[in-house]
Design a protein around this ligand. Structure first.
Ligand code: AMP
Length: 401
């Protein structure tokens, strides 16, 4: 495995797998370019060396081959604007085949070529070696900078690495940073290590909680999933979210945590509502005494305070999932309080990693994104990493000699 920062791309073409799966509006304009800006440092380093960059990505889930809706050509104006007028950005209407190869072969140092959507070929998702080899012919080196798809064994994210010699395949800067921060939390955590797990469903988070029972000092459970635990312990949860088929799982987790000396923290109080609505009537009650017809939609002030204390005495923090329905103003206090505590603990020296969809949206919304150590770009990939699974996109680069 080569190291990106010390690799000199002068005179070379780099095939860079990026995650440009960005949202577009009806006029096909990019409405959130976070994933594009995240790849810029990698692109700029290759160009600065005097190399050329061939970008490949998927966009959406096209079902039957090429379609206008999922064409990466829509990203071209935005990409050109991000890279500035001194960087020529070309587009190939296919990712393999004559046009792609011809355009790639004429590419000069300092130029960028964006390939058409990889998923216009079903061979991308099936991990077809012939398709991967065809892509590999476009360039001299392979750079994987798509952490968001690292959990997929697709042609461009994993299989392709085999077609480059070990000293010509590497992580890009984004992927390096993602892997380093996830490693730091999972394998090199300074104790106490608190994992804050929230969101809607217990079933989505069971594997991650079980893996964290081996490593964490404290596990804070908030959000809708907390009520399955509270009911399992005999609490009255009214109409709160509950997965009745997971009650035993919840009890098993509590028991395993006791055996391993891991502290599980559930919210002692809740903000309850008479309906799932931004204008609902609200009250604050003990989380195990929610009246019939009412539902817990946020952790209460007492729980926020208790959770914040745990967070502030921790040296390593992993946060996945909101503490309540933070999209509605009446139910955002808990998530906000947790964001504040994570930021405060980080400023006193803790390492904090926020990842997985909605918690990232929450820190961004409340303006704490630059007050935590790292905000991951990989939702599903990060979760699978913390479930203890080997990610094909990482293994394809690291497990070769
Ligand atoms: P997840 O994708 O599993 O992380 O869940 C995130 C979603 O869970 C967000 O849209 C929240 O609004 C929702 N959520 C969090 N807490 C609750 C709750 N107490 N009741 C219902 N939904 C919740």
């Amino acid at each position: 495995m080569a190291t990106f920062s010390s690799f000199n791309f002068k005179g070379l073409k780099a095939l860079v797998r990026v995650d440009f799966n960005v949202p577009l509006n009806e006029a096909f304009e990019v409405t959130d370019d976070t994933r594009m800006t995240a790849a810029l440092p990698t692109i700029r380093k290759i160009l600065a060396d005097g190399g050329s960059v061939i970008l490949m990505s998927h966009l959406g889930r096209p079902k039957d081959g090429p379609s206008e809706k999922y064409s990466l050509k829509h990203l071209l104006p935005h990409l050109s604007a991000l890279l500035g007028k001194n960087v020529p950005v070309l587009f190939a209407g296919d990712c393999i085949g004559e046009q792609a190869h011809l355009t790639a072969s004429m590419l000069r140092g300092g130029e960028v070529l964006l390939l058409e959507n990889l998923r216009f070929y079903k061979e991308e998702e099936s991990g077809d070696p012939g398709f991967a080899e065809n892509l590999s012919w476009l360039a001299d080196a392979y750079v994987n900078d798509a952490f968001g798809t690292a959990h997929r064994a697709h042609a461009s994210t994993a299989v392709i690495a085999d077609f480059f010699p070990a000293d010509r395949r590497m992580f890009g800067l984004l992927m390096e940073a993602e892997v380093a921060s996830a490693e730091k939390v999972l394998h090199q955590s300074e104790k106490p290590f608190v994992a804050i797990i929230g969101g809607a469903k217990v079933s989505d988070k069971i594997l991650i909680i079980e893996n964290l029972l081996e490593r964490a000092t404290d596990i804070i459970i908030g959000g809708g999933m907390a009520y399955t635990f509270i009911k399992a312990r005999g609490g009255k949860i009214g109409n709160s979210l509950c997965e009745d088929d997971r009650l035993q799982t919840a009890l098993d987790i509590i028991e395993k945590a006791q055996q391993k000396g891991v502290n599980i923290h559930l919210p002692s109080d809740s903000v309850i509502a008479d309906k799932f609505d931004a204008a609902a009537a609200t009250d604050i009650v003990s989380s195990d005494a929610v009246p019939d017809g009412w539902m817990g939609l946020d952790i209460g002030p007492e729980a926020s305070k208790a959770f914040a204390e745990v967070i502030k005495r921790s040296k390593t923090i992993l946060w996945n999932g909101p503490m309540g329905v933070f999209e509605m103003e009446k139910f955002q206090s808990g998530t906000k309080a947790i964001a504040e505590a994570v930021a405060e603990s980080t400023s006193s020296g803790a390492f904090s990693l926020v990842g997985g969809g909605d918690s990232v949206a929450a820190v961004n919304r409340f303006g704490f994104n630059d007050q935590v150590s790292y905000v991951s770009t990989g939702g599903g990939a990060l979760l699978e990493y913390f479930e203890g699974k080997e990610l094909p996109g990482i293994a394809a680069i690291t497990s070769h000699t």
